[in-house]
Design a protein around this ligand. Structure first.
Ligand SMILES: [Zn+2]
Length: 398
């Protein structure tokens, strides 16, 4: 058994007044006591009086097979199988170093992430991986080179069944084209409503949630109509810019759909050619689009939509692995309260990943996925970028 005593604490949805003493045994949190509580006999305690303890962060949208360089999604099929395993491990190490103890991979190359997860290589100290396998997409569609092309209801149902058999945790479908794939139409749907409905029905019958990548307004509407559990990006994009109505937000909130806006970036965001072309069509500058996204996520949050944190980490130099603290800061910058932004990066994201009963909270019985940061992220969200110690299932990251 060991413990961590921190001057401040955030439990996944609220501040714990006065900090906390968190005790860990066999990879689980055995108790969360007041910071002034005496330590049990023979129990090592990490003392962090000027720090904050919180649940390890959960990044609900990453691409572990992508190496964080520009153009990596175009080259995703290039590494050898062994090379791909190395990329996956390096991606995970970067997440862990940033305090991320659970990731949801939504863009596997074939089933490399699932293969890594079931191999002996995954026994080290890594974040837990929730996996979708290759996103289901149309022939030549968004991220088709990941290996998830399917057309027509029969193939779509077979694709869901294959993923279920291989042990995925969630099914991802590309409802619209994407910025990163040349030749795809971001504003248009890649499938019919009946097809997406069939995918959702088959996945739910297998006990799997479905999350849909959707930029264009028609794809967002189609995803809602089809009964998906989550929407990635959810950009409400039209030729005239973002078109996010109060009615649509109410519908997202009512259906409790987890929206992962994949915001936040570092350095200079260099839009891939397809993104630049799409932007030009809307008449917005890049800066205007970023401001529009800020208003969008703030309105979503205010409307009661379940906004969960995800970074799209790995897809480019401005979207590296380990970006999640920056994604959370983007929410705060947009006007979301820090406590709500922290919840979206912990308890809410864990729930969206299907792990709400064991991760994302400081609570006895939960997995000891813990992050200790220097300072107080509730007062200043930037403290989230200063990890002091990270534990994955009770094991300290090097
Ligand atoms: Zn993505």
């Amino acid at each position: 058994m060991f413990g961590i005593r921190a001057g401040k604490a955030f439990d996944g949805d609220k501040v714990v007044p006065g900090g906390a003493l968190v005790l860990v045994e066999d990879g689980r949190i055995s108790a969360v006591a007041s910071a002034s509580a005496p330590a049990p006999d023979h129990c090592d305690i990490l003392e962090v009086p000027d720090g904050t303890i919180l649940p390890g962060l959960v990044d609900a949208h990453v691409h572990l097979c992508a190496d964080g360089t520009d153009g990596t999604l175009d080259r995703i099929g290039e590494p050898s199988p062994d090379g791909l395993m190395d990329v996956i491990e390096q991606s995970l190490r970067l997440h862990l170093a940033a305090g991320v103890t659970t990731v949801r991979d939504l863009g596997d190359r074939r089933f490399a992430v699932l293969e890594w997860r079931s191999s002996s290589r995954s026994r080290g100290v890594y974040p837990s991986v929730v996996a979708a396998g290759p996103p289901i997409t149309s022939p030549g569609g968004h991220c088709a080179n990941m290996g998830g092309e399917a057309t027509g209801t029969e193939q779509l149902l077979a694709a869901v069944r294959e993923r279920a058999e291989r042990g995925v945790d969630v099914v991802k479908i590309m409802a619209s084209g994407g910025f990163a794939t040349a030749g795809t139409q971001v504003m248009l749907c890649q499938f019919t409503l009946d097809e997406v409905r069939a995918v959702v029905g088959e996945a739910h019958a297998a006990g799997l949630p479905v999350t849909a990548h959707a930029h264009g307004l028609p794809a967002v509407h189609m995803a809602m109509e089809a009964g998906v559990d989550g929407i990635e990006h959810c950009s409400f994009l039209t030729d005239r810019g973002l078109s996010q109505s109060a009615q649509d937000l109410a519908r997202l909130a009512e259906a409790a759909i987890a929206v992962c806006p994949t915001v936040g970036f570092v350095g200079t965001l260099r839009p891939p050619p397809n993104a630049a072309a799409t932007l030009a069509k809307t008449g917005l500058t890049f800066e205007q689009m970023i401001q529009a996204r800020k208003r969008s996520v703030a309105e979503m949050h205010a409307a009661g939509v379940r906004v969960v944190s995800g970074s799209d980490g790995g897809i480019g130099a401005s979207k590296p692995h380990g970006l999640l603290p920056v994604s959370a800061a983007f929410l705060v910058d947009a006007g979301v309260r820090t406590v709500a932004a922290l919840a979206s990066a912990t308890a809410l994201a864990a729930a969206a990943c299907g792990l709400g009963d064991r991760r994302g909270r400081l609570r006895a019985g939960y997995d000891a996925d813990l992050l200790v940061v220097d300072g107080d992220p509730v007062a200043d969200i930037a403290a989230l970028t200063r990890p002091v110690a990270v534990f994955a299932a009770g094991r300290r990251a090097a």
